[in-house]
Design a protein around this ligand. Sequence first.
Ligand code: EPU
Length: 304
Amino acid sequence: MTLARLVTEGRVRAGVDLSGLTTYRLGGPAAFLMDAATSDDLMAVAAVLAEETREVLVLGRGSNLVISEAGFEGLAIRLGPEFGGIELDAVPRVTVGGIVPLPQVARTATAAGRRGLEFLIGVPGSAGGGVRQNAGCFGTEMVDVLESAVVFDLLTGKSATVDAFALDMTYRHTSVTATDVVLSATFRAGEGDPVPGLELIREHTRWRRLYQPGGTLNAGSVFKNPPGDSAGRIIDSLGLKGLRIGGAEVSGKHANFFVAMPGAEPSHVYLLVKKVVAIVESETGIQLEPEIQFVGHFENPEKR
Ligand code: EPU
């Protein structure tokens, strides 16, 4: 199978703007985009990769992504609504499709009397992206609630149900690779009273409104927290809130959020990240590691 054939068949589109598919609303086009409606579509991608060398980018809800101005030269893949759905299986299992927004999982499962997934209200990404990153919030991570995931390997064309313990889940890390697509995730959520669960969700939402810059264009935490400390606290302690490059600004509300203001370009975010890393390292010796993913070509600031 060739990518050209998938384009001819209308299963893949060429030159598709990706900016609207990211929470930053930034970035150029993907050379190719597939909206995968079924696992047959993913099998077709696997058949292409068996014959052609192509970079792939599995898009979740774009809540952790910065795509370069020039865009992405490979094949971006987005799961369609067929990979949505929240199933309340036999207690304690709740199975959700890879593209389902995690806050929706929190609301639906809690309202239905399943407890333990309330924290997902604070994780804006998709279930698939959340699994891949071992996303977390309010002291709980995916690893604490995930039982298993169905993972499609684009390199072999096979899917497998993988137990969470086999995914090597540590802080903001798993063994899920860039060529794996998380088709669904099964969580453990026992039965319980929905009323305190929904109240907890409201509390989490109030907390986020107070301490995180909701309503702005951002991609959540920019850096992983270094062991035993908080990237936001460190950046704030160096007086960097409000630091700006072009249209990208360190949020005044939470220093580990970088906000895209009007006129922002992906390279502004990139250069701001580089700058903050350099200042933090020279002032504290701590090397911050980005949690957000940069896709495409970014200019090396040293050359400017
Ligand atoms: N702090 C400051 N100044 C700031 C920001 C934070 O002094 O500008 C201090 C806070 O006062 C607090 C400490 O730093 O004492 C930790 O801050 P916070 O409670 O906001 O948590 P965080 O470590 O910055 C983590 C996750 C968030 C998650 C929150 C809430 C990471 C990288 N971030 O943030 O996750 O929402 O906890 O549980 O682990 C994300 O990953 O995208 C994300 C938003």
